[in-house]
Design a protein around this ligand. Structure first.
Ligand SMILES: NC(=O)C1=CN([C@@H]2O[C@H](COP(=O)(O)OP(=O)(O)OC[C@H]3O[C@@H](n4cnc5c(N)ncnc54)[C@H](OP(=O)(O)O)[C@@H]3O)[C@@H](O)[C@H]2O)C=CC1
Ligand SMILES: CC1=C(/C=C/C(C)=C/C=C/C(C)=C/C=O)C(C)(C)CCC1
Length: 321
């Protein structure tokens, strides 16, 4: 079978980079990867990680999801504009009290995370419809399902992504017998540059724009808990690449795919109680009342993960895997 052409956005780092390399190094050579970056001067890590796959199963191209012209130019440079799988991955984060964030920064985030997806879909969907085949895979987030304190605008952008895809999926690419033309991958925290970037912004923020109590909750409580959550529950970009590969290769791709089992019960709270009380109450208690219990639980998870890694390393040393 001819390799499937997979176009991925945001491949200079993190999930996009890991996925591009994973697909390009597929042992069965099932994919031809077009790994796109917004800024070609930032493709060094991708090129290094791709190694011998570069120029064979992986090529790099420029694409800025905020620039329709660059999306069109990228698509036009592909023979027949033929893309079998579009992975919409490019995205940015934002944390902190609402009063400390400018409207321009919020609009910039929506432009990347939400309108970036729309620009891509508008460009590839007509071709996919014409061919009656194609798969759009969107890197969403658990925050597309559930808001998290101090992530208001980022969560809103991922909710927008989910609402858009949920509406579009039914008619997107009618192809019997499987309608699986759009899939949402929903990771929890992933240890990439994303995390460092939001913390850097939090360092630079002007907390005089909010009241001292909110500033204190964010800087003292939230940031500490967030670091603990990433350290305990964080997945690697390679993990997310494996999950995304499973979605891409599935005969009947799922519409939604969560990557972090630890998150599923929290998302379930929302559906267990339509009034929202169960979910908001649980979050409130975890943040304000039982934060010591939360931290203890997270520390226990870290310890278990560390032990599991040791056991795995020992097993490898003994030649078991
Ligand atoms: N890390 C996490 O905890 C989670 C992340 N996600 C989502 O995963 C996706 C990837 O993030 P992640 O790998 O973690 O973070 P990274 O910061 O490592 O990667 C983000 C990528 O998006 C690119 N990008 C940003 N703006 C644009 C643009 N306008 N056009 C094209 N590319 C752009 C960046 O390019 P550049 O180098 O030029 O800035 C970079 O390549 C995002 O959609 C994010 O929301 C979802 C759940 C959890
Ligand atoms: C779980 C949890 C917390 C933090 C979650 C975080 C920090 C999640 C980050 C997810 C990301 C970064 C998704 C990206 O798309 C709190 C609020 C500290 C306390 C309550 C339980």
């Amino acid at each position: 079978m001819a390799p499937r052409t997979v176009l991925i956005t945001g491949c200079s780092s993190g999930i996009g980079l890991a996925l591009a390399v994973r697909l390009a190094r597929d042992k069965q050579r099932r994919f031809r990867v077009i790994a796109t970056v917004r800024n070609v001067s930032r493709s060094g890590a991708l090129v290094a990680a791709a190694g011998p796959a570069l120029g064979r199963t992986l090529e790099t191209k420029q694409l800025d999801v905020c620039d329709e012209g660059s999306i069109r130019a990228c698509l036009d440079s592909i023979p027949g504009r033929h893309v079998d799988v579009l992975v919409s991955n490019a995205g940015v984060g934002m944390i902190g009290p609402l009063e400390c964030q400018s409207l321009a920064a919020m609009q910039g985030l929506m432009d990347t995370n939400f309108f970036g997806l729309i620009r891509l879909v508008k460009e590839v969907l007509p071709d996919m419809k014409r061919r009656r085949s194609g798969h759009i895979v969107v890197i969403s987030s658990v925050m597309g399902l559930q808001g998290i304190v101090f992530n208001d605008v980022y969560a809103a952008s991922k909710f927008a992504v989910e609402g858009f895809c949920e509406s579009l999926v039914v008619q997107a690419i009618p192809r019997a017998p499987s309608p699986g033309s759009i899939s949402l991958v929903e990771p929890g925290p992933v240890t990439t540059e994303f995390e460092a970037k939001v913390y850097e912004e939090a360092e630079r923020a002007d907390y005089s724009q909010t009241d001292p109590e909110t500033a204190e909750i964010f800087t003292k409580l939230y940031l500490r808990n967030s670091r603990d959550v990433f350290a305990s529950l964080g997945q690697s970009p390679e993990d997310i690449a494996e999950h995304t590969l499973r979605v891409i290769e599935a005969a009947r791709p799922p519409f939604r795919h969560q990557t972090n089992a630890a998150y599923t019960p929290m998302a379930a709270l929302k559906h267990a109680d339509p009034s929202g009380a169960l979910m908001t109450d649980a979050f409130y208690k975890l943040v304000f009342k039982y934060d010591a219990v939360l931290r203890l639980g997270l520390r226990a998870i870290r310890l278990l993960r560390w032990k599991a890694q040791k056991v795995q390393a020992g097993a490898r040393l003994l030649g078991f895997k």
